[in-house]
Write a protein that binds this ligand. Sequence first.
Ligand code: GLA
Length: 400
Amino acid sequence: MAEHNDLMLAPEGTENRSLIDSLVGEFRRRFDQDPRVFFAPGRVNLIGAHLDYNGGSVLPAPIARGTYVAVARTVDRRMRLASMDLPRTLDFPLSDVPSVEDLGWAAYPVGVWRLGNGAEPADICVAGDLPRGAGLSSSASLEVAAGLAFSTLFGWSLDARQLAELAWRAENEFVGVKCGIMDQFASSLAREGHALYLDCHDRSHRHVQVSGEIELLVLNTGKPRQLVGSEFNERVEQCRSALGTLRRSSPGKTCLASFQPSEVEAARGQLDDIAYRRARHVASESLRVSKAMAALEDGDYETLGRQLLESHRSAAEDYEVSCPELDFLVEKICAQRGVYGARLTGAGFGGCVVALQRPGSVGKEEERSLRRGFSQRFGYEPVLMRLRIGGGPREVRIES
Ligand code: GLA
């Protein structure tokens, strides 16, 4: 109940202190007043590729990086929004909110503010330490951090789930991106050191502790995901079409993820090749999520890692959301001793790979050789990040 109403200051050392200090300095310079600062994390999705909008279950985990929103009330009926790393600054009267196109990056916080029934204005400055557009949920973390900031400042009293719903609606209804619910829920419901088992059909969830016996590696291809919008919507459409066909013999089922692989096989003759392969991915991925979840709880990391690798293959072959850069990184990182498994995380088409390793397995030497191999093939180096599973949205302490 109302998890965000009892705001806790984060423990020392878990924040990006220098970023917070610059953000506060920038806010004071621009707006000539003191802000409060709120944080929401980005995420990796351990498994459950493209299942959220198909009503399946997913297993994201928060990372110790995300978005910081500095905010304060204003008195002049104007809204002002600035970002530390994006050039456009917005300044408009409440009576004349710009269009989504004109807002650009600010459409995310403004969408949350509007749908949250924002009637009062604020000054806002944003900073983050997530690579943008890399599949680590930089947009969702901005929406959730802004939602938490407004909720606290204006007394909306949203609990974590309401905040996730608001952020998701802002992205779908205001920004106009038809994403599933995973990213906003993963950020808003995040809990320190835990993954989130989320049933995207009924939106129930459970936190699962991730033991210190495994460590996250995130490898960023650095490849811009240019096609992500159109290709993403195409996948959503293809799944809708497959569901339409499969439902003819099972009208009671309302989502693609509720079909078993055997049911998809039985209907193969009625599905075109694309619909068949998309449905096969969704059905098989749902089973892999269950197996991965059980393996994580049992501490069986070999099995967990195998599910990740199979998930990647299915996402690449049947769902066709991988690319040579992602495949290369998955193959090479999985060949390292102590790495249990890896897969693309997020929508795919570029972005990042998440890998699970026995702590400390991939050292500097292995990292160098991986980067060199990638650069020989693709002409530039990928970035490897050793990330902690971080905590959830919160207000952060400001040094005066
Ligand atoms: C993006 C979307 C999510 C989800 C993933 C794929 O991150 O925003 O809703 O569909 O892709 O699993």
